[in-house]
Design a protein around this ligand. Structure first.
Ligand code: ZN
Ligand code: ZN
Length: 156
C-alpha cells in the first residue's frame, strides 16, 4: 500500500494518516504468523530536508503458535512506530511504500519464545498429550544422569 506524499507540503510540512491496511500472512523463523483482520494504522508523517519521519502506532491482531504446546493462540497488540526514511533511499519522493515498514515492525515485536500463556504446561515428551487439557498416564522419571549411574551401580 502506498501513502501519497504529494500533499505533505514543503520541508516542515506534516500530515496525519489514519487507515486500515491488509497485510499477507508472514513466515518468520519457520513459523507461520497469521495476520488477522486489517491493521489499523495511525501515524503522522513529517517532511524534513533529507527524509520523511513516521511517528505513530498500529493495532495488530496475530495468530501465533505456542512453542510449548504447539496450539495456535491469538494476540492483539499496539505497536509503536518510529521510522525515518531517507530521501536518497526512495525511488519516488511522492509516495511511500508502507508495507515493508509494517512487516518489519511486526517481526520486531514478536516474542522470542511464543507462549499461549505463561503457565502453559506444554506437551508430554513421551506421549504428546497436551498437558493443559489433562494429565496423561506416563510416568516420567526425572533422574539426574549422574544419579542414574549411581543407581545402576547399586542395582547390579
Ligand atoms: Zn501453550
Ligand atoms: Zn504422556
Amino acid at each position: 500500500m502506498y501513502i501519497n506524499l504529494n500533499d505533505l507540503g514543503d520541508i516542515g510540512g506534516k500530515k496525519t494518516v489514519s487507515m486500515e491496511i491488509e497485510i499477507a500472512d508472514l513466515n518468520f523463523r519457520d513459523q507461520e504468523v497469521e495476520v488477522k483482520d486489517n491493521i489499523e494504522l495511525e501515524i503522522e508523517i513529517f517532511h524534513t530536508r533529507d527524509s520523511f519521519i513516521i511517528e505513530g502506532e498500529m493495532e495488530v491482531n496475530l495468530v501465533l503458535s505456542c512453542s510449548r504446546c504447539l496450539k495456535n493462540y491469538q494476540t492483539s497488540s499496539v505497536i509503536e512506530l518510529s521510522e525515518e526514511i531517507l530521501k536518497k533511499d526512495m525511488e519516488d519522493l511522492e509516495k511511500l511504500f508502507i508495507d515493508e515498514i509494517i512487516v518489519d515492525n511486526i517481526i520486531l515485536s514478536l516474542p522470542i519464545k511464543t507462549l499461549c500463556s505463561e503457565e502453559c504446561n506444554g506437551l508430554c515428551p513421551q506421549c504428546g498429550q497436551n498437558l493443559n487439557e489433562g494429565e496423561c498416564d506416563c510416568e516420567i522419571e526425572n533422574i539426574d544422569p549422574r544419579l542414574q549411574k549411581l543407581k545402576e551401580f547399586y542395582d547390579d
